[in-house]
Design a protein around this ligand. Structure first.
Ligand SMILES: Cc1cc2nc3c(=O)[nH]c(=O)nc-3n(C[C@H](O)[C@H](O)[C@H](O)COP(=O)(O)OP(=O)(O)OC[C@H]3O[C@@H](n4cnc5c(N)ncnc54)[C@H](O)[C@@H]3O)c2cc1C
Length: 480
């Protein structure tokens, strides 16, 4: 609704949201709530973004060296969430455990559970009406002679081979929201010699799905982040040797406790290494400490880079040469000279989702309707520069997540018990990456109390949906 009874009706905009993942769906819901006309364009055959598991991979380019990759999802089959479900729900549509076929009620469920939840979210808020599936956005650029945006898209016919014969279409919107995520386009190391000459198998974790293709192989994994650890453990079941190497000198210098435990549990197959210096044409992989192994495959679990190949802003929005920073964006949402008609939801890293997506999306929707105003461009620029200075000093992304929420949105802050649960889950993961999801949870009293209230709400929600189902059944019986 744009306005309550007695409130002035705010102007509504025609808005295109590019991407139907968690961020795009958050944007669609907030835009609708604010009375805008929304069209979500999603290239896949369903919503969910990363959480729509795809057994296909970018087989022609397993390193993902050429942008854009064709398969958006980087999720592998064994993946389970690292963040607790209690903290991963939309503010007014919690990620409650549900019974039912194919559902996983655990705190850290398998990836498909989050996909089911996102479908439920769409159903609860009627969002599928706004979504055009199998629709890839090819170009977003300022429309000639207006302050609107021309969006060129193509309807995909289901297989990548058919892409070229599908019909292209150009439409004009008042505003565009970019919600294409940043976990699809591989980031590859630049400091390993010989990657180009190595003739054996190399892939990025973006193209890893299951361990079976690596049966009996010696595999080197580059990068000990979440994906590197997960994939190493997955491969320990079938590979002859698994060599887990740090992705850089910096990460090698801080060996995590959890990796020491991994080694203790899988020492027959697993080896830990310093970062890689060189790949040799005969299959030998040389590490920084001078040791080497002969490998069949190298898998780069080296993260992802921003990529907006469809976006033409004539240089107003750029990605830095390392692929780490998009900008200049005021508070990671509005490009200075193109705000508010162009915005980004989901660009910030290391933030709690979907809470952060909701805050950004609600702010963007309210700025578009005029309910909230943006500062002058010079002030936004000052803020961006300050943020970059802070980032440089800290050496990492430093989004002040909770301050951002308070400043720009009327969304309730995340409950303290959820913040605490989140922090204790991270600590637990750092302590033992292999078992943290299934160990008996050592929740604090604050968390246990919060959880009790939350589970009461879950029971009420379940009872309500069962009552609705019974009513629908009774109605059917009356008319049938
Ligand atoms: C292996 C892995 C594990 C993860 N585990 C966790 C976890 O446990 N907890 C957590 O909080 N986060 C996790 N994440 C991060 C996860 O990506 C986010 O949770 C969330 O999915 C990001 O949502 P998004 O909507 O921003 O992006 P995405 O989910 O990537 O959605 C972007 C959407 O945009 C679409 N799109 C892109 N380009 C176009 C185009 N040109 N035209 C039309 N559509 C387009 C894509 O098809 C996609 O559907 C994980 C990520 C990966 C890769």
């Amino acid at each position: 609704m744009a306005a309550g009874a007695g409130e002035p009706v705010l102007p509504s905009k025609g808005v295109c949201v590019v991407g139907g993942g968690m961020a795009g769906l958050a944007a669609a819901r907030e835009l609708r709530r604010e009375g805008h006309a929304v069209t979500v364009m999603e290239q896949s055959g369903d919503v969910g973004g990363q959480w729509l598991y795809d057994h296909r991979t970018d087989a022609e380019d397993p390193l993902g060296a050429t942008a854009p990759v064709r398969v958006p999802s980087s999720i592998y089959a064994c993946l389970r969430l690292i963040s607790p479900r209690e903290a991963m729900g939309f503010s007014d549509f919690q990620f409650f455990p549900t019974d039912g076929e194919g559902r996983d009620p655990r705190r850290f469920p398998v990836h498909g559970e989050l996909h089911c939840y996102l479908r439920d979210f769409c159903d609860a808020f009627g969002l599928m009406d706004t979504v055009r599936l199998n629709t890839r956005v090819l170009r977003v650029a300022p429309a000639p002679t207006s302050s609107r945006w021309a969006v060129r898209s193509v309807r995909l016919l289901g297989t990548t081979e058919d892409d070229d014969v599908a019909q292209e279409e150009e439409e004009v919107f008042d505003a565009v929201v970019v919600a294409t995520g940043h976990y699809s386009q591989p980031m590859l190391p630049t400091d390993i010699e010989g990657m180009g000459e190595w003739t054996r198998r190399q892939l990025h974790s973006h193209s890893y799905r299951t361990p079976e293709p690596f049966l009996g192989e010696a595999v080197v994994i580059v990068g000990c982040g979440n994906s590197g650890n997960d994939i190493a453990l997955d491969l320990c079941r079938v590979a002859r040797e698994v060599h887990l190497a740090a992705s850089s000198e910096a990460t090698a210098a801080t060996p995590a406790m959890s990796r020491v435990l991994m080694l203790a549990n899988h020492g027959d197959v697993l080896r830990l290494h310093a970062w890689i210096r060189r790949l040799q044409a005969d299959g030998r992989v040389e590490f920084a400490d001078g040791s080497s192994v002969v490998a069949d495959t190298v898998i780069y679990c080296t993260g992802y880079t921003y990529s907006f190949p469809f976006l033409d802003t004539a240089g107003a929005v750029t990605i830095d040469s390392d692929g780490y920073v998009v900008g200049p964006l005021f508070e990671h949402v509005f490009p200075l000279s193109l705000a508010p008609s162009l915005s980004f939801v989901g660009v910030a890293k290391k933030v709690l989702i979907p809470w952060f997506f909701e805050v950004a999306a609600r702010w963007m929707a309210q700025v578009l309707s005029g309910r909230r105003a943006l500062p002058a461009e010079e002030e936004m620029l000052r803020s961006v520069e300050e943020h970059l200075r802070a980032r440089e000093a800290a050496g990492i992304e430093s989004q002040k997540m909770y301050e951002f929420g308070e400043k720009y949105s009327d969304l309730a802050p995340l409950e303290e018990w959820k913040k605490e649960l989140l922090m204790s889950s991270i600590a637990s993961m750092m302590a033992d990456v292999e078992t943290f999801r299934d160990r008996a949870y050592d929740d604090s009293e604050i968390v246990r109390k919060g959880l009790r209230g939350w589970l009461d709400l879950a029971a009420q929600a379940q009872a309500k949906s069962m009552a609705v189902a019974v009513d629908v059944e009774a109605e059917r019986a009356c008319h049938g």
